[in-house]
Design a protein around this ligand. Structure first.
Ligand code: HEC
Length: 124
């Protein structure tokens, strides 16, 4: 009898321990896994997003983007530095909402642009 209740007590304690451990880890790990903004390069992460959502209008070959060629670094750098790029993407109403006529970018995609802009919009 005594042995069983000791095992029962240990099981109870370990359940509490593992449960709290599980929740602590989930809180910390979840956002990092779903949206990683530690490395955001114009030529890789942002290029992928723009190839899918922007270049149909804003590349040198397509002229549906009001003459704005985002494949040109000097151009995207200017729009980034003046706050226009982020304004278009978060769609705050003070500039044209982008992607024009399409669905807003996901929060994670917008966060990647924002991280890059906040680091000075480097040519990386
Ligand atoms: C369907 C075509 C189309 C797509 C796709 C598109 N744009 Fe545009 N974009 C335009 C046009 C046209 C303009 C010129 C302003 C206007 O007519 O609204 C423009 C203007 C802009 C401007 C300048 C806005 C201003 O107010 O000066 C920025 C910055 C921009 N686009 C970024 C983007 C980004 C980043 C994407 C992808 C996430 C994107 N665009 C996708 C057509 C497009």
């Amino acid at each position: 009898m005594k042995k069983i209740s000791v095992i029962g007590l240990l099981t109870f304690i370990s359940l509490i321990f593992f449960n709290s451990c599980y929740y602590d880890k989930a809180d910390v790990v979840y956002p990092a896994v779903t949206c990683d903004t530690t490395t955001v390069r114009l030529s890789v992460e942002l290029e992928n997003i723009m190839a899918a959502s922007c270049y149909s209008c804003h590349s040198g070959t397509a002229d549906l983007g009001g003459g704005i060629v985002l494949t040109d670094y000097a151009t995207i750098k200017d729009y980034a530095d003046f706050g226009i790029l982020m304004s278009c993407l978060i769609q705050d109403g003070s500039t044209s909402a982008m992607p024009k006529g399409g669905a807003k970018l996901s929060d994670c995609e917008i966060n990647k642009f924002s991280a890059w802009v906040n680091r000075g919009a480097p040519q990386n």
